[in-house]
Design a protein around this ligand. Structure first.
Ligand SMILES: [Fe+2]
Length: 202
């Protein structure tokens, strides 16, 4: 087995009072994410070119290749979910000063950042992700990707924070109300401490 499911950085019930219940996390982490890891390992095991390569190298190698689409989808989903768990916190929502300063410099304020991030998350038609990225030119930017799309593939910078907007991320807690899920993420769940640490390490 090459890749394994990372542990959640909190207990599965830790976010229940903040809008993400234990059932959501048990399904999303224990079933969905686990399934991507299991499928990826099966595909890598059958492919001598991919065997032994890092997850990032596999994503870049498979990107845009029809013959490796299942590899790309499962590898991208493994990478994206691993960042998503770190983008959540039982103490989420608070923006530390260092990140606030950078958000203000690059977006005009924390509220303006949140507006644009929400617009990206809602504007992603169908399944996908919205990202806060430190671009290669040193400015923060917001992007969105469909399905298993990931900034790892496009090398457009360092991902600091991500929200999963696949329906499996919010249907148990918010049914079809993606906007409420995104608002709740930004107010109560987003691990801006993690994003700030990622920014400081960049
Ligand atoms: Fe997901």
């Amino acid at each position: 087995m090459t890749f394994s499911l990372p542990s959640l950085p909190f207990s599965p019930g830790a976010l229940a009072a903040r809008g993400m219940c234990q059932e959501t996390l048990e399904l999303h982490h224990g079933k969905h994410h686990q399934a991507y890891v299991t499928a990826l390992n099966g595909l890598v095991d059958k492919n001598d070119v991919l065997k032994g390569k890092s997850l990032e190298d596999i994503i870049r190698l498979a990107h845009g290749r029809d013959d490796l689409a299942p590899v790309f989808n499962n590898a991208g989903q493994h990478w994206n979910h691993s960042l998503f768990w770190n983008s959540l916190s039982p103490e989420g929502g608070g923006v530390p000063g260092s990140l606030e300063k950078k958000l203000t410099a690059d977006f005009g304020g924390v509220d303006k950042f949140k507006e644009q991030f929400k617009a990206a998350a809602l504007g992603q038609f169908g399944s996908g992700w919205a990202w806060l990225i430190l671009g290669t030119e040193g400015r923060l930017k917001i992007t969105k990707t469909g399905n298993a799309g990931t900034p790892v593939a496009t090398r457009e910078g360092k991902a600091l924070l991500v929200i999963d907007v696949w329906e499996h991320a919010y249907y148990v807690d918010f049914r079809n109300r993606r906007a409420d899920f995104v608002d709740n993420f930004l107010a109560k769940l987003a691990n801006f401490e993690f994003a700030a640490a990622q920014l400081a390490a960049a």
